[in-house]
Design a protein around this ligand. Structure first.
Ligand SMILES: Cc1cc2nc3c(=O)[nH]c(=O)nc-3n(C[C@H](O)[C@H](O)[C@H](O)COP(=O)(O)OP(=O)(O)OC[C@H]3O[C@@H](n4cnc5c(N)ncnc54)[C@H](O)[C@@H]3O)c2cc1C
Length: 483
């Protein structure tokens, strides 16, 4: 996440700006209790703060976060219909409400606060900034082709305050179209297929951005071709994810490249679905035809008559049968660092004896939330070893040394006001309606500056663009599958 859409201070309304209250960041550190700066409040940042707090109780631990909201990909990556997984935030909340860890939101290290100043001020600095960018396909791509990263799409459907999704001249997001191709077949690819294939009522209990879903996907697509470079045996998705997809009532899944000799749980699941699947779909029900293709390698993306053509080859070579003419290609092939020139992206220069890395930033875009916990534990063990060996010493002032540099910090209580506001605005069948405008977020955060986590709703300005979204089921007319 490059934070390109972050309004600079000059563009924010004065009432949205606020200095951090003096003393808001707890006791001063000393030689026994370190000052700790964690950069990034995703799972790895939260876990590392938790382990450090247990290791050195009473230390000053601040999690700096570029967004006004905590929890990284838990809020803006994990699919909106996976609220059970997102509920890990209740566990992380305790860090800030009970365990004395401090949240400093709306502070982008590298942009608002210089990395060198941070590293000079704190005994321990842990970088937990994740990998915010979609990895792009390393093949020739016509600039006019419609290609979007899965991370961008999921972020948008999760209400990320950004304009990275292509928009029409009227400001509405351009619809993805009736025929989609998804490149990649890991869990994120299956998230995309599931979210695109569900009817509106199937999102009950979620916090999906309904306005955006309506614009991006006015109807469920007719076909989704999902393309995997590897064979089924090496597919990267979890079986639970495949099972969930196959259980959707209005999809039909077919597989290209499922040999009779294929074995294993995924092959069994697919065979069972294909053999008995038709029975679960009523004859006249509109369906999304999901076609899984294995062992196809993308070669190029071109345009043909205004549509996007993904050319692929089989292990035997080029095969015109394996070209997909679609409305949009969605890539789900992993994640990477922000651009080199982005000051908020940790470069090699972000290092030092007291600087550590954790989570996706350190080990790559692999692994679910529990992996970050393991990772965080190991990093804290390494820090403890460095302290034991005398390589790392405590005594830096922490917050007091950077306080004068911080402006407009969103504290945890401020975030709770944003959260309460979002919950109070939930549409029927949804658990919250996220605020998608950063300036609006900041104005809610500061709506009751004195105390309390409930927003003073009377003091909160309305959403910048009020749009009423009808809560109804979208029906896709039955259509022939494409060639
Ligand atoms: C689309 C998607 C769906 C997923 N679904 C699941 C799922 O269902 N279940 C599951 O267990 N896992 C899922 N994962 C994986 C899970 O989200 C990751 O394992 C986890 O979020 C990685 O945690 P992290 O803390 O390393 O990074 P992140 O969660 O990315 O957190 C990084 C944080 O650092 C902040 N930051 C970045 N730069 C700066 C800076 N310069 N200054 C201050 N702050 C900064 C970011 O704003 C962000 O909040 C999914 C991932 C994706 C992309």
């Amino acid at each position: 996440m490059t934070d390109n859409d972050r309004p600079d201070a000059a563009r924010r309304t004065p009432e949205a700006l606020r200095d951090t209250p003096s003393g808001a960041f707890g006791d001063a550190p000393d030689v026994l209790r370190p000052s700790v700066a964690v950069v990034g409040s995703g799972p790895s940042g939260c876990y590392v703060a938790s382990f450090l707090g247990k290791k050195w109780p009473g230390s000053q631990i601040i999690i700096f976060e570029s967004m006004p909201t905590p929890y990284g990909l838990v809020r803006y990556g994990i699919a909106a219909d996976h609220q059970g997984t997102k509920n890990v935030t209740r566990q992380f909340d305790r860090l800030f409400t009970k365990d004395g860890v401090h949240f400093a939101g709306n502070v982008c290290v590298g942009a608002d606060l210089d990395f060198d100043e941070l590293a000079a001020a704190f005994d321990i600095v842990v970088l937990a900034t994740g990998l915010p960018e979609d990895r792009s396909l390393d093949i020739p791509i016509d600039p006019n082709a419609r290609v979007m990263g899965a991370g961008t799409l999921l972020r948008a459907l999760n209400g990320y305050p950004s304009h990275s999704v292509p928009r029409d001249s009227d400001g509405r997001c351009s619809a993805l179209g009736e025929q989609l191709a998804v490149v990649g077949m890991g869990n994120v690819a299956l998230d995309v297929v599931r979210l695109m294939s569900k009817d509106s009522h199937e999102f009950d209990g979620s916090d999906i951005d309904d306005e955006l879903l309506e614009q991006l996907r006015p109807h469920r697509p007719g076909t989704i071709d999902v393309i995997s470079r590897s064979g089924l045996a090496l597919a990267k998705f979890d079986h639970a994810m495949l099972r969930e997809l196959l259980s959707l009532p209005n999809i039909e899944v077919t597989v290209n490249g499922l040999s009779d000799s294929a074995t294993g749980p995924a092959a069994e699941l697919l065979r069972t679905h294909i053999d008995g699947g038709a029975a679960s779909v009523t004859a006249d029900a509109p369906r999304t035809h999901v076609r899984l293709h294995f062992q196809l390698t993308p070669d190029s993306v071109t345009t043909e008559g205004g549509r996007t053509c993904l050319r692929t080859s089989t292990p035997g070579g080029r095969d015109a049968q394996a070209d997909f003419v679609v409305d949009t290609v969605i890539t789900a092939i992993g994640f990477t660092q922000g651009p080199e020139h982005d000051p908020s992206s940790p470069t090699g220069h972000w290092s030092g004896d007291n600087v550590y890395r954790v989570g996706w930033l350190s080990r790559g875009p692999h692994g679910a939330i529990p992996e970050n916990r393991k990772d965080a534990r190991q990093v804290v063990e390494r820090i403890a070893e460095d302290v034991a060996s005398g390589r790392l010493r405590f005594g830096k002032p922490g917050h007091a040394a950077v306080e004068h540099l911080l402006r407009d910090v969103v504290t945890f209580a401020d975030w709770q006001r944003i959260e309460a506001f979002e919950q109070s605005e939930a549409l029927p069948g949804r658990c919250r309606r996220k605020v998608t405008d950063r300036t609006h977020m900041l104005s809610i955060a500061t709506s009751t500056p004195s105390s309390g986590s409930r927003p003073d709703l009377a003091a909160v300005p309305p959403r910048p663009k009020e749009t009423t979204v009808p809560h109804h089921t979208h029906q896709l007319p039955v259509r022939e599958s494409d060639t």
